[in-house]
Design a binder for this molecule. Structure first.
Ligand code: DHB
Ligand code: FE
Length: 280
C-alpha cells in the first residue's frame, strides 16, 4: 500500500532560485539560509520517497485573478515551468504520476471536496524553488510530482481549517492506494510577508515562531484562525501558511520533528523550513 512518510515545509521566494543560479549560496546573506537544507536532503535520501505531493500557490503563471480555482490538482504526465518575469531560467520539466493523481482526486471528491483537475498545468516559482532546494534540479528528477495549487490571492480563500481537512482527506486517499509508493508532502510558501500596500515589508517573527511550534503536534491550535487573522498576523502573502496546514493535515496525528530552521529576512519574508516524519 502507499504510505505518506512525512512532510517538508519551505518558503518559495524567487530570490532563492536566483541565488542558486548565480552560485551565491555561500555569500554571507545566503549562507545561514542554505545551510539549513542539507539535513532536509539527507532525510529525503534516507526516506526515499517515490512521489512528492507539492502544495503551493500559483502567483499568476497558470491561473490569474480572472480564473482562480480554490483547489486545483495536477493530473498530467509532465509539468512545465515558464518565465514569470523574476529573471529565473525555466526549470524542469517534472514527471507526474497521473494514476496516483486520479486516485487521490477521486477519493477526495468522494469526501465532498470539489476540486479543479488539470491535465495541463504550468508550475511557477512556488513549485520550482522548493524542487531546486530539495532535489537540486537533478535530471532525471528523482521523484514524480503531483502539484496541488491553492488559491491564496483572489479572495475569498479557503479557511485554515478547510485546508487542514483537505490534507487529512489526501492522507486517507494515499493510504488507500494499492501500489507500494512512498509519498512525501511538501507545503510551500510563508512564513510572514507582505509584498504590497502600506504594510509592505511586514514580518512577524513571534507569530512565525508560534506557527512553527504549534504545527508539529498541536496543529488544532491554528485551525480556528480566520483568513483575516492570518493576514493581520502574517501579512497579506503570509496567508500562504494555509499550504503548510494542508501539508500537516496529510501526515499522521503525531509526528517527529526531524529538523527546522527560521531565518529572517530572505527578501521580504520570514523564511521557514521544517521536516516532519509521520508515524510508521
Ligand atoms: C517573495 C515571497 C513570496 O512568497 C513570493 O511568492 C514572491 C516574493 C519575497 O519575499 O520577495
Ligand atoms: Fe509566494
Amino acid at each position: 500500500m502507499a504510505r505518506i512518510i512525512g512532510g517538508i515545509t519551505t518558503s518559495h521566494i524567487p530570490a532563492i532560485g536566483a541565488a542558486i543560479s548565480a552560485k551565491r549560496c555561500d555569500d554571507p546573506y545566503w549562507k545561514p539560509f542554505f545551510d539549513a537544507y542539507p539535513i532536509a536532503r539527507q532525510w529525503l535520501d534516507t526516506m526515499r520517497p517515490d512521489v512528492a505531493i507539492l502544495v503551493y500557490n500559483d502567483h499568476g503563471l497558470n491561473f490569474f485573478l480572472n480564473q482562480m480555482p480554490t483547489f486545483a490538482f495536477g493530473a498530467a504526465e509532465e509539468y512545465h515551468n515558464a518565465d514569470e518575469g523574476w529573471g529565473l531560467a525555466p526549470r524542469g520539466p517534472y514527471p507526474g504520476d497521473p494514476a496516483l493523481s486520479w486516485h487521490v482526486i477521486e477519493q477526495v471528491m468522494a469526501e465532498n471536496f470539489d476540486l479543479t483537475t488539470c491535465q495541463e498545468m504550468l508550475v511557477d516559482h512556488g513549485f520550482t524553488v522548493p524542487m531546486s532546494l530539495l532535489w537540486q534540479d537533478k535530471t532525471p528528477c528523482p521523484v514524480r510530482v503531483i502539484p496541488v495549487a491553492v488559491n491564496t490571492v483572489q479572495h475569498p480563500l479557503a479557511s485554515p481549517r478547510r485546508c487542514f481537512q483537505l490534507g487529512q482527506a489526501i492522507g486517507r486517499a494515499v493510504a488507500s492506494y494499492p501500489e507500494n509508493v512512498r509519498v512525501v508532502v511538501l507545503g510551500t510558501g510563508g512564513l510572514s510577508h507582505q509584498l504590497d500596500g502600506e504594510r509592505a515589508g511586514f514580518i512577524n517573527r513571534s507569530f512565525d515562531r508560534y506557527c512553527m511550534d504549534k504545527i508539529v503536534n498541536e496543529p488544532e491550535a491554528l485551525l480556528d484562525l480566520s483568513i483575516h487573522d492570518l493576514i493581520e498576523q502574517a501579512g497579506s502573502q503570509g496567508v500562504e501558511f494555509i499550504q503548510w496546514l494542508l501539508m500537516r493535515g496529510a501526515l499522521s496525528p503525531q509526528v517527529r520533528l526531524v529538523h527546522q530552521n527560521y531565518h529572517i529576512p530572505i527578501s521580504n519574508t520570514g523564511s521557514g523550513l521544517m521536516v516532519l516524519e509521520s508515524a510508521a
